[in-house]
Design a protein around this ligand. Structure first.
Ligand SMILES: C[S@@+](CC[C@H](N)C(=O)[O-])C[C@H]1O[C@@H](n2cnc3c(N)ncnc32)[C@H](O)[C@@H]1O
Length: 243
C-alpha cells in the first residue's frame, strides 16, 4: 500500500464509527439520488424486463458504511463491499446485518488498486460483476484513471460503472482550485483530486474501455454540518458500461 493510500486507511479507520452520524444528511442524499437515478444508471435491475430472473452482482469499491449499496440492495442479487479500512468494512457488515441483508451483502478489506492480487476469495467475489460503484471516494484515489481501468476490468459484458463525486471547482482561468481541501481541512492529506468535470470522467471511462457515457450535475447539494459550521458541495453522477 502506498503512503498516500495508507494515509487514507488510517484517517478513515479512525473516522469509521462516527462516519454515519457525522455525514447523515449527505448519506441520505447519496442514497436517494442513487435510487432516483436507477434507470439512468442501468436498465438491468431485478424488477426490470432486462434484469428480471438474472443474477445482478454489484461491487461498491471504497464502500465505507455502504450507503449506495444498501440503497440499491432491493434491485440487485448480490453486493460486495470493499474498502481499505477494517473499521469501515466492519460498519458495512454491521449495516448489512441490521438491515437483514447479511445473506446478500458482504464486505471485505482489500486494496483492489494495488499491483498484487487480493486474497483468492476476494478476487473471486470481485470478478464477473454487473456493476461497480464508487461513491465520494474517487477524489481519494492516488490515480483515478488507473483505478477505473482496474475496476472496469472486473465488469461483465454490458456491466455498468456508476460514480458519484465532487464537481471540480475552477477559477476564472479554468484552473482547478483547492476549495475541497479547505472545506475538509482535517482530511486534506487524503484528497488527491479537487473534483472532476464531465471531460475528466469521459476521458477516464474511455480509457477504461467503457462506452455509453453520461454525466449529470445534481441540483440538490450535498450538505455537511459540523459544530462550527455548515457547507455544501455540488456533486455529479456519471455512468458508462462495458460494450
Ligand atoms: C469519503 S468515504 C466514502 C464512503 C462511502 N463510499 C460513502 O459514499 O459514504 C471514502 C472511503 O474511501 C476509502 N478509500 C480511500 N482510498 C481507498 C483506496 N485506495 N481503496 C479502497 N478504499 C479507499 C476510505 O477508507 C473511505 O471508506
Amino acid at each position: 500500500m502506498s503512503d498516500f493510500t495508507e494515509a487514507n486507511r488510517e484517517y478513515f479507520d479512525k473516522l469509521a464509527t462516527s462516519y454515519t452520524g457525522r455525514f447523515a444528511d449527505a448519506s441520505r442524499m447519496l442514497a436517494s439520488q442513487t435510487v432516483q437515478h436507477r434507470n439512468w444508471i442501468s436498465e438491468r435491475w431485478t424488477d426490470t424486463e432486462a434484469g428480471k430472473s438474472k443474477e445482478i452482482r454489484m461491487l461498491e469499491y471504497a464502500c465505507g458504511p455502504g450507503v449506495v449499496s444498501m440503497s440499491l440492495a432491493p434491485f440487485v442479487t448480490q453486493i460486495i463491499g470493499v474498502d481499505i479500512s477494517d473499521n469501515m468494512v466492519a460498519e458495512f457488515n454491521r449495516n448489512a446485518s441490521s438491515l437483514g441483508l447479511a445473506d446478500k451483502a458482504i464486505g471485505y478489506k482489500a486494496d483492489l488498486l494495488a499491483e498484487n492480487p487480493a486474497a483468492q476469495e476476494i478476487e473471486s467475489a470481485c470478478a464477473n460483476l454487473d456493476m461497480v460503484t464508487i461513491s465520494m471516494a474517487l477524489h481519494h484515489f492516488e490515480n483515478p484513471s488507473t483505478a477505473l481501468k482496474r475496476l472496469a476490468e472486473r465488469l461483465n459484458k454490458s456491466g455498468v460503472c456508476y460514480i458519484i463525486d465532487l464537481v471540480a471547482h475552477t477559477d476564472a482561468h479554468g484552473h482547478a482550485h483547492e476549495q475541497h481541501k479547505d472545506d475538509f481541512a482535517e482530511a486534506a492529506h487524503t484528497i488527491k483530486t479537487h473534483g472532476f468535470s464531465s471531460e475528466d470522467m469521459q476521458r477516464f471511462f474511455e480509457g477504461a474501455g467503457l462506452t455509453g457515457f453520461k454525466y449529470e450535475v445534481l441540483s440538490e447539494p450535498l450538505t455537511f454540518s459540523t459544530e462550527e459550521r455548515s457547507f455544501s458541495k455540488t456533486v455529479f453522477v456519471a455512468r458508462a458500461q462495458r460494450a
